[in-house]
Design a protein around this ligand. Structure first.
Ligand code: CMC
Length: 371
């Protein structure tokens, strides 16, 4: 008998079809419903991109207006969500706060027991509207600051920043943040999206799928890398220490966070757009030291290993200078990727097959209990 082949980490294995986004690693391209992400990230609002990913088409002005009205009216957090966040220790990692808050949103949902397409799409829109408030409020409470109520005259991105900082920053900052959110919104069968699809495939529910996806995103090999990038910069300290730091890190076989990708081996499609936005931010906030460290590490990594940055490399320093706590970086990713996760849950359910692979047993041979 031949040994069954193991596809460790499912690397290179297509497990289903999707019409939501296409990653082409040969051309470094990423299309959302056919549109290049670079165009969407510089020309569209997050709201337009959300509707594109959910509906399959860019919204008409009427559809967009109707959605914006609903989104703006769903931003405020329910009292029990606020209480639950307040009950968590200030030392709780913001990803755990997010996971807990989403779980409570599921418990509160009036259609918690339903998996109908219409209910799931409404749950998706509700999660999208609520997550910025959760992320923003959690950062504020860690600084001893009060909740900022949402403002209905602001779009999604402006309001996200407003609820975090209590003021809407300059248009360049809003634009860079919007770009990052669009770039983070969707990326085919990444680990967290696949986790969401696995959960959906058992006919569980939308909030369970999103809660599980948050857990998958938290790890530093996935979304947690944007947070880890900032710790790397802290650890390096000054631009002149990059080479020595990298020698030491590679010699001890540690991974350099924000570099490498399972699918892209010649560069991440999202990096050029996010890198440009990051450079704008470091110039805007006058941080040539951080820019020098960024460039030095990118160059040294390419020269030493040939490994290129992924999208989490430029988002880290961009979020830092915008004023986000390092621990808030991955929750921002949650707020954006919830669009992709919920689109994938709907797609999974529309043509569902339980996701249940096989394993090859390598443990003890059959034996009997002692008599
Ligand atoms: N630093 C140092 N070496 C690396 C790195 C890195 N960041 N990435 C890959 N390598 C090396 C790795 O050690 C291995 O070397 P060898 O063949 O000698 O053992 C080789 O490159 C292949 O790497 P791998 O880990 O087997 O490849 P993978 O496809 O399983 O890894 C990855 C993909 C993202 C897990 C990995 O590149 C990594 O750990 N990167 C750092 C974490 C990170 O930035 N994650 C964000 C991913 S993209 C956006 C997102 O999901 O948020």
């Amino acid at each position: 008998t031949t040994e069954p082949r193991i596809f460790k980490g499912l690397a290179g294995v297509p497990v289903d079809v999707t019409a939501i986004s296409m990653v082409n690693s040969d051309t470094n391209s990423l299309l959302y419903r056919g549109y290049p992400v670079q165009q969407l990230a510089t020309r569209c609002s997050v709201e337009q991109v959300a509707l594109l990913l959910w509906d399959g088409e860019l919204p008409t002005p009427e559809r967009l207006a109707e959605f914006q009205l609903e989104e703006r009216s769903n931003r405020a957090l329910a009292p029990n969500v606020l209480r639950a966040v307040d009950d968590l220790p200030l030392t709780t990692h913001p990803m755990d706060v997010c996971r807990t808050a989403v779980s409570i949103l599921g418990a509160n949902d009036m259609d918690a027991g339903s998996n109908s397409t219409a209910h799931n799409l409404r749950k998706a829109r509700h999660l999208f509207a609520q997550l910025p408030a959760i992320v923003a409020y959690d950062q504020r409470r860690r600084h001893g600051l009060a909740l900022v109520e949402p403002r209905n005259d602001l779009d999604y991105t402006e309001n996200f920043l407003y609820m975090t900082f209590g003021a809407v920053p300059e248009p360049e900052v809003v634009a860079a943040f919007r770009t990052s959110l669009v770039l983070y919104a969707e990326h085919s069968f990444n680990a967290s999206t696949f986790a969401a699809r696995v959960i959906a495939s058992t006919l569980s529910d939308m909030h369970s799928a999103v809660t599980g996806a948050i857990g998958a995103l938290k790890g530093p090999l996935h979304g947690g890398a944007n947070e880890a990038v900032m710790y790397t910069f802290d650890e390096i300290g000054t631009p002149d220490r990059v080479a020595a730091w990298l020698d030491e890190t590679l010699a001890s076989k540690r991974k350099v966070m924000g570099f490498g990708h399972r699918v892209y081996k010649h560069g991440d499609s999202r990096v050029p757009t996010m890198r440009a936005a990051m450079v704008t931010m470091l110039e805007h906030f006058d941080r040539p030291d951080l820019l020098e460290m960024y460039m030095n590490l990118e160059e040294a990594m390419a020269a030493r290993t040939g490994i290129l940055p992924n999208v989490d490399y430029p988002t880290g320093p961009a979020y830092h200078v915008m004023g986000f706590d390092t621990e808030t970086f991955t929750p921002i990713f949650v707020a954006a990727r919830v669009i992709g996760w919920t689109a994938h849950v709907s797609e999974q359910l529309a043509a569902n097959a339980l996701i249940r692979p096989l394993s090859v047993y390598v443990g003890a041979a059959q034996r009997d209990l002692p008599a």
